[in-house]
Design a protein around this ligand. Structure first.
Ligand code: SAH
Length: 348
């Protein structure tokens, strides 16, 4: 595979150019794209409407990404499935399949590891290895559809990694996922979560992909945010909110703010009131996440009572707020936990 090119990582336009470069008719690219991205084949020989000679030509030069499921955990509580997936270089990533009544949602990883260093997050514990390619991001959907035979209708970029720190490949994955001859999942069914890389939020707004933007805010004062999220040393809450306002202005889309409630850290009435002040007047939605306690970190989950009063305070001040349903709490569902366990086991 060393010198071969990953053909699944080509957008429709790139595939057209590639097929023409091979001296073949452009329309074959539509057939090939459909085989790879809609039907999900992993061998050129499965492309029955492509001539043998073209298949041979492609086989010599290219391969179709095929990632392997190493482990699956299924929640007994809610059917959430967590997949540990092996990439071609043996790195491992996680993807999660959640079943909601409006359809199947998959949570994809965007990097192997993460550089951001959020104190409460397992993904960051082993540091950062590399970016995923566009096809490795899209391929998580292909792999899970093949494995479960179920169709996926929504995608959230909330797995391992910081999507906006792998900007170009994430945009490519959106194009691959969107295309009508492929998975055909519309941008409005995609949601991208960031810890707040300000310049890239502006860039994403100008891209006008129509995907939903989620901001991992988690604190209402810069000083407090710095204690739990190192990225806060680079960008202030004000700078993030200004970028969000620009995103709303350009795309007309509502922004979702994630706020992980940590016992005694960011769960007080004063915190709630500061959040109200920050978000007042914005088209926003707040998603409260009772923090998922991970083995290596010191933070404790906020009490049920404080989660409820935090939500009530926000709602009564006109900020639409929900508490994220904890899916898969029995299967290490917090980002990066399964991969971390896998790495620990293989290092023993
Ligand atoms: N890097 C991106 C996306 C990945 S994390 C981001 O920061 O947004 C997806 C969400 O889960 C983020 O809001 C993140 O802060 C949150 N998260 C990570 N670890 C968590 C934990 N242990 N408990 C609750 N939420 C967590």
């Amino acid at each position: 595979m060393e010198n071969k090119m990953d053909i699944s990582n080509l957008t429709m336009e790139e595939l057209e150019a590639y097929i023409e470069e091979l001296g073949e008719k452009k329309f074959h690219s539509k057939q090939i794209y459909k085989w790879i991205h809609k039907i999900g084949v992993t061998h050129f020989d499965e492309m029955t409407d492509i001539s043998k000679s073209l298949r041979e030509k492609l086989k010599e030069r290219a391969y179709i990404l095929n990632m392997e499921v190493i482990e699956v955990q299924i929640s007994k509580k809610d059917g959430t499935m967590k997949f540990l997936i092996r990439l071609n270089d043996n790195a491992a990533i996680e993807s999660v399949l959640m079943k909601y009544n409006y359809g199947n949602t998959i949570c994809v990883s965007t990097q192997v590891g993460c550089k951001m260093g959020c104190k409460f997050c397992a993904s960051t514990k082993e540091g950062y290895e590399r970016n995923l390619s566009g096809s490795e991001i899209e391929g998580q959907i292909q792999t899970i559809q093949r494995y479960t035979n179920e169709r996926i209708s929504n995608v959230v970029y909330m797995g391992i990694g910081e999507p906006l720190d792998n900007y170009d490949n994430v945009i490519k994955s959106i194009k691959l996922i969107n295309h009508p001859l492929g998975l055909n999942i519309g941008a409005r069914h995609l949601s991208l979560s960031t810890c707040g890389l300000v310049p890239n939020i502006y860039q994403l707004a100008d891209e006008n992909t129509q995907c939903t933007l989620s901001i991992s805010l988690h604190a209402t004062l810069d000083e407090k945010r710095k204690e739990i999220m190192p990225i806060a040393n680079r960008y202030s809450i004000k700078e993030i909110l200004d970028a969000c306002k620009y995103y709303i202005k350009v795309t007309g889309r509502r922004i979702s703010f994630e706020y992980a409630l940590i016992y005694g850290k960011n769960d007080s009435y004063e915190d709630a009131m500061r959040l109200v002040k920050l978000l007042r007047g914005m088209i926003a939605h707040v998603n409260l996440i009772p923090i998922n306690e991970i083995k290596e970190k010191e933070y404790k989950k906020a009490t049920e009572k404080s989660v409820e009063s935090f939500m009530n305070t926000l709602n009564s001040c006109g900020i639409v707020t929900t508490v994220r349903r904890e899916l898969g709490s029995d299967i290490d569902a917090a980002c990066g936990q399964l991969r971390k366990k896998y790495i620990d086991k293989n290092l023993d």
